[in-house]
Design a protein around this ligand. Structure first.
Ligand SMILES: [Zn+2]
Ligand SMILES: [Zn+2]
Ligand SMILES: [Zn+2]
Length: 152
């Protein structure tokens, strides 16, 4: 006797604790779509990165590994590329080491000054004078006066 055995369709979502109505395959709409997208009806772990739009799993201090590292190194989770001077309030275009031209120059100058001071402190003996070295050989500006001659 071949009879269509109609399976009893559950009226409710089969997920434990879920009382939503059955939508498909014994699951409610929510759980069905979750199963389709994530492969499980389990809710996502609540601990994910707190950065907006980031769904990576939580790593530390409410952030995913990437954002945690970014916060540590860059001081911000802001994903903005380093195209702007990192100095607060400065909108200068990024040139090097997170600074704009002006602030980078300042940094270099300060470092040089520090270096000068420290070397002066450390190195009291005068550097041996280099005799017999000509300095006029290098860095002579090559004049490139290739003026386009007009053809008449
Ligand atoms: Zn459900
Ligand atoms: Zn993140
Ligand atoms: Zn700057």
């Amino acid at each position: 006797m071949i009879a269509r055995t109609r399976q009893k369709k559950p009226k409710q979502c089969s997920v434990k604790g879920c009382k939503r109505a059955n939508y498909c395959k014994g699951l409610c709409g929510l759980h069905y779509s979750r199963l389709r997208s994530t492969g499980t009806t389990e809710p996502r772990p609540k601990k994910i990165c707190s950065v907006e739009g980031c769904t990576r799993p939580h790593h530390s201090k409410g952030l995913c590994g990437i954002h945690y590292r970014r916060l540590r190194y860059a001081g911000t989770t802001d994903p903005r590329p380093k195209t702007v001077c990192s100095l607060e309030g400065c909108e200068g275009k990024h040139v090097a080491r997170g600074f704009c031209r002006r602030h980078y120059d300042q940094l270099i100058r300060a470092k040089r000054q520090q270096l000068l001071v420290s070397t002066q402190k450390l190195d009291l003996t005068p550097t041996p004078a280099r005799t017999g070295q000509r300095q006029d050989s290098a860095q002579r500006p090559v004049s490139r006066d290739r003026v386009m001659t007009r053809r008449r």
